[in-house]
Design a binder for this molecule. Structure first.
Ligand code: ATP
Length: 898
């Protein structure tokens, strides 16, 4: 076939053996899916298992250990060589497994955001997964969609598409349907095609799919796409830096200790093995893997709470959020709109009265007709609201229906020929309808009927939108059946009435119309000019009860909730007050923001919690101003224009139900239930994870400090090497590693949402952690080496003293793991059973230690000696001492708090 853009739409349909009205049959689609395969790009970014493995093996630590294996073998220390090798293999497998699990968890989360697309199959509109699209499908696209496949347009209404992904051009281009038979056009000029990966920014269209998956233009260049680099969280970056510093420090220590050993008259072999042990003791090699797994586990927990994480670092950032900017409609409110009143210029009707009126009031009839025809929602009894589409529009369709105006009948009577879709800048929408003399049995409003009869008009523009903006484009008003000029005075009166209603939290939509001739049909700029104002529809949208609780929780947790809405300022303030989000009447509007510099806004932003009548571009200004104040900002968004704000917020939050593909694609997190409470739940989870990361950083680094202290002080007091290299390896990889992973499962502290967020700039060792690690590490180290000294026989031959050092260190660390669970809460409460994973990890580690001491085979391998009960008892007492010290500190802290 020729390139589809050169052919007429009919030819393309014919080629794909499909029809515009019917689409493919389900059976044909299934067959084609078999032929063409799923509509997916083969991702280059995803890490293959062997690459994860390679990354593990490339770790400096592993390389050092492999060198040790070789050297040991050369020195004919075969047991050491084998043991180190086994430990290396175990460690690599463990690290690989953790990374692999984390990677898969994230891939699974990503899969959940594969968009659904609308197609026509078997003559009916259906939603299918974008993966199941096949060439020949009739695809329906609208503003906010990311085009899922290459397709030839068959119909287009104001369709604009942004094709930067393919052409680099960031301006949207207009699309239409005519064939372009001449020449070899560049992609950017193929106006009758839409391509995978481009974004529909305006209007809508219908198209026949011509290419899917790797056969799309994007697929052809996808192989050129760069591999995605792993993104690290701030904490991970700091840890990597810490790792490098520790490696340097280790280098220095090695020289010192090796020197000391040499002075004591040891051989080269012993020096070498000691150097390796020191390196292992000093570098917390398990840490990065444990952090990754904690973040991935956190992402899974968040999913259970209906927050889908798209970027792993978001898990950590969420814990530090200081401001949550949220849309109002649907997130803080239920988005269950019902029309409560209809207000005409000189009279008003409640919904019950509207129903009772049933055609008697012609002006009311015209207003309701405007509401139901200038509308993309449809009645659908299978949905909870009774309508499908935007709930604001659905409410209008239902209200009209109650008064006996059936949307479908009216659509036949006044077919839509053009439209200006709703957008959040203009805050209104217009449709143009062909107006023909009414047939028998139908009635038109007298002003319309007269105009048609006299041949003055053949088209009708219907407009609805935010009242304040709408009256600006109205020149006339329909009062009691007669058209009058709309004076400034009248405009002011309407605005005041609008404001009075908005003040009670009601959403008000204005409605207007205009008669027009066919000559103006292709001049869309004329549609919304000199309109005739009809009246207003008032709608109630109850707040989400759970949002009230979440707002309270936010405040208690030192997080500021901010409402950002396109609605009227007074409606916004009224609802913000109901939610407890603010007590003041302060509100900034989009117009106010337009007049302010970022500096001026930064200065005021602390005192403003409600922004109204804003459009997406204002969200950027708000983020900039907040970030200038060092706030960590979560920002919600659902529309096609929200993408930049979602990207520049610290946490971009998209709506899973009502959000556009583009907004989801630009977000860090998707709310599967569109609910504000879910953001707060995710923040709580983020804080828990961050706390847990600090807990195992504390645990692991304290252990490492203890080991170094042992290795340094032993030779100082004239003892031989207190721990053998394989013993240190064991402690570092098993004793440190296993409980650390389990600490990642720790529950939230009782006060996670009772304290302000931590300073986002704080380092790993903030709030005294560094000092505590050193102190506790020294205590554990000195106790272990002291015990060794006590039992040392001065070189008589037994190595029981060494086994004592080994066991003491292990026991003390296990005891400390129990204390680390809670920051200030006592270990001796019933919650000490709260983390079964940790108890299991400690149980396993202790059992392994006993095996190492008491099983003869391991006595040989690990150079251990079975300890007598009294000796084991000494180690147990050591563990108790650690618990006493750590718990006394907590007791002191608790005392200070009260
Ligand atoms: P939020 O930004 O909190 O979700 P919102 O729904 O009020 O609130 P927008 O969708 O930007 O924000 O709407 C802004 C205004 O545009 C509304 O207050 C309303 O007056 C008007 N409006 C909303 N939906 C429509 C629509 N479908 N047709 C015409 N006008 C609309």
């Amino acid at each position: 076939m020729q390139a589809p853009h050169r052919l007429s739409a009919e030819k393309v349909l014919e080629h794909h053996e499909t029809s515009f009205q019917q689409g493919l049959s389900t059976s044909a689609a299934t067959r084609l899916l078999g032929v063409y395969g799923p509509n997916e790009l083969i991702e280059k970014g995803k890490k293959k298992p062997w690459r994860i493995l390679l990354a593990q093996v490339k770790e400096v630590m592993i390389l050092i250990l492999l060198a040790a294996v070789v050297v040991s073998a050369v020195l004919q220390e075969y047991i050491d060589a084998i043991v180190i090798l086994v430990i290396v293999v175990l460690n690599t497998v463990l690290g690989f497994w953790q990374e692999f699990k984390a990677e898969n968890a994230m891939a699974a989360l990503k899969k959940m955001t594969v968009p659904h697309v609308r197609v026509r199959r078997d003559g009916a509109e259906q939603q299918i997964s974008a993966k199941d699209l096949v060439p020949g499908d009739i695809l329906l696209i609208e503003a906010g969609n990311i085009v899922p496949a290459d397709a030839r347009l068959i119909s287009a209404a104001n369709l604009k598409v942004q094709e930067a992904a393919l052409t680099g051009e960031s301006e949207s281009v207009d699309k239409d349907t005519g064939a372009l038979p001449d020449g070899d056009l560049a992609l950017a000029d193929r106006k009758n095609m839409t391509y995978r990966g481009t974004v529909v920014t305006y209007g809508r269209g219908e198209a026949v799919v011509t290419g899917t998956g790797m056969q799309t233009e994007l697929g052809k260049i996808a192989t050129l796409l760069q591999d995605v680099e792993d993104e690290q969280t701030p904490l991970q970056r700091r840890l990597a830096k810490l790792g490098r510093s520790l490696a340097m420090a280790a280098g220095l220590l090695i020289v010192i200790v090796a020197g000391m050993i040499y002075l004591q008259g040891a051989g080269v072999k012993e020096m070498f093995m000691t150097a390796i042990s020191m390196a292992v003791a000093a570098i917390p090699e398990g840490l990065p893997a444990v952090v990754t797994i904690a973040l991935a586990l956190g992402a899974q927990q968040m999913l259970k709470k209906k927050a889908l994480i798209r970027r792993l670092p978001a898990v950590e950032t969420l814990g530090g959020v200081t401001v949550i900017c949220s849309d109002k409609t649907g997130t803080l409110t239920q988005n269950k709109m019902t029309v409560s009143d209809v207000v005409l210029p000189d009279r008003r009707y409640s919904l019950a009265e509207v129903a009772a009126e049933h055609g008697a009031d012609a002006d009311l009839g015209l207003l309701l007709l405007t509401g139901t025809l200038c509308n993309d929602a449809v009645i659908d009894e299978n949905t909870p609201n009774g309508t499908l589409g935007d709930p604001t529009e659905g409410a209008l369709v239902l209200a009209a229906q109650q008064a006996g105006l059936v949307q479908r009948d009216l659509q036949t009577l006044l077919p839509r020929v053009r439209e200006l879709p709703f957008d959040s800048e203009r805050k209104r929408m217009s449709t143009v309808h062909a107006l023909s003399p009414p047939s028998q049995g139908t009635t038109l409003h007298p002003v319309l009927a007269a105009a048609v009869q006299q041949g003055q008009a053949d088209h009708l523009v219907l407009t609805k939108g935010a009242t304040d903006g709408l009256i600006e484009v109205c020149g006339r008003i329909l009062i009691n059946g007669a058209i009058q000029p709309l004076s400034e005075k009248k405009k002011a009166a309407l605005s005041a009435e609008n404001a009075a209603m908005a003040k009670s939290g009601i959403r008000v939509l204005g409605l207007a119309y205009r008669l027009m001739t066919v000559a103006e049909l292709d001049q869309p700029a004329h549609y919304e000019q000199d309109l005739v104002f009809l009246g207003m529809a008032c709608m109630l949208d109850p707040v989400r009860p759970e949002a009230i609780e979440s707002v309270r929780l936010c405040k208690q947790a030192g997080i500021r909730p901010v409402m950002i809405t396109g609605d009227h300022p007074l409606t916004a303030v009224a609802i913000a007050k109901t939610l407890g989000l603010t007590t003041s009447d302060t509100v900034l509007t989009g117009q106010d923001l337009d007049k302010m510099t970022i500096d001026a806004l930064s200065a005021r932003i602390k005192a403003v919690s409600v922004f109204a009548r804003v459009s997406p571009k204002h969200k950027m200004a708000i983020i900039d101003a907040l970030q200038a104040q060092h706030e960590v900002v979560a920002m919600t968004g659902d529309g096609v224009n929200d993408a930049p704000a979602l990207k520049s917020a610290d946490i971009g939050v998209a709506m899973g139900i009502t959000g556009t593909d583009v907004s989801k694609e630009s977000s860090d997190m998707v709310l599967l239930d569109d609910n504000f409470a879910t953001i707060v739940a995710a923040v709580k989870e983020g804080r828990r994870i961050y706390d847990n990361i600090r807990k195992f950083v504390r645990y692991i680094l304290t252990g490492n400090t203890g080991e170094i202290v042992v290795m340094l002080t032993g030779p100082l007091v004239g003892m031989p090497l207190p721990l053998l290299p394989i013993q240190i390896l064991w402690i570092n990889l098993v004793t440190d590693g296993v409980p650390a992973v389990a600490l990642g499962f720790e529950d939230a502290e009782h006060d996670v949402m009772n304290r302000p967020p931590y300073d986002p700039q704080e380092g790993i060792f903030a709030r005294g952690l560094g000092l505590q690690i050193l102190v506790m590490g020294f205590i554990i180290g000195l106790m272990s080496v002291g015990t060794g000294y006590w039992f040392w026989d001065g070189g008589a031959g037994s190595n029981a003293w060494q086994t004592m050092v080994f066991t003491m260190l292990t026991f003390c660390q296990m005891a400390y793991a129990l204390c680390v669970r809670r920051r200030t809460q006592s270990l001796f409460t019933k919650s000490w059973l709260g983390n079964p994973m940790l108890l299991l990890a400690i149980g396993i580690t202790l059992t392994l230690q006993l095996i190492l001491i008491y099983v003869p085979f391991f006595n040989i391998v690990f150079r251990t000696t079975p300890l007598r009960p009294a000796e084991l008892g000494v180690c147990a007492v050591g563990a108790l001492v650690i618990i006493l010290i750590a718990e006394s500190r907590k007791l002191f802290l608790r005392h200070k708090q009260h």
